[in-house]
Design a protein around this ligand. Structure first.
Ligand SMILES: Cn1nc(-c2ccccc2)cc1C(=O)N[C@H](Cc1nc2ccccc2[nH]1)C(=O)O
Length: 167
């Protein structure tokens, strides 16, 4: 598979890298599936985004509760569920993901439908981040994951999360 015409650009709204083909004008958030990791790293623009040391990429599914730092979201103006109720909801999502054939796909579907984070419309994708950018419990859990791995339930001031490391 030729990588000709493909490059990595930064999405203006979400400062998330995406893949653009200057010849065909195709654009995609994920590298074209036929590209090897090595080919992705040779694309124009790759050095700036994949080259940064100690940078990872992750998606998450957040369920907020009445003690959350900001107990509202795109879904509910005023979130009143308790922390225990939020954990129970997240455990139900965790069971669905565990039972799914394609866990990454199921994770993205559930995050899009149910995450209380504004990243829900990107399947929960938070883009690339380094240590020092996210709340500590989230950072420690995300950096402890292997690429493709999903965390257990993680508690932060924002609520309770499942995290999928994607890069
Ligand atoms: C840290 N972050 N990145 C995005 C984001 C990233 C890419 C595209 C759209 C939104 C949203 C947020 C964010 O703080 N969202 C908060 C909820 C939240 N709290 C978090 C704590 C840790 C990690 C992610 C988190 N998301 C909100 O919507 O109330």
């Amino acid at each position: 598979m030729s990588t000709s015409g493909w490059e990595i650009r930064l999405s203006s709204t979400k400062s998330i890298p995406y893949f653009f083909n200057v010849d065909t004008k195709q654009s995609t958030w994920e590298p074209p599936s036929e590209f090897t990791d090595e080919q992705v790293k040779t694309l124009p623009g790759a050095k700036e985004y994949w080259g940064k040391p100690n940078q990872i990429r992750a998606s998450h599914l957040l369920v907020k509760h009445n003690e959350s730092r900001r107990p509202s979201s795109w879904k509910e103006d005023h979130i009143t569920r308790t922390k225990d109720q939020a954990v129970t909801i997240l455990e139900q999502h965790q069971s669905e993901i565990d039972a799914a054939l394609n866990k990454r796909e199921k994770f993205g579907e559930l995050a899009t439908q149910h995450s209380d984070c504004s990243s829900h419309d990107r399947g929960g994708d938070l883009g690339m981040f380094t240590r020092g950018q996210m709340q500590k419990p989230f950072e420690d859990a995300a950096f402890a994951l292997e690429v493709g791995e999903i965390s257990d339930i993680v508690r932060t001031d924002s609520g309770v999360h499942l995290i999928l490391r994607t890069a």
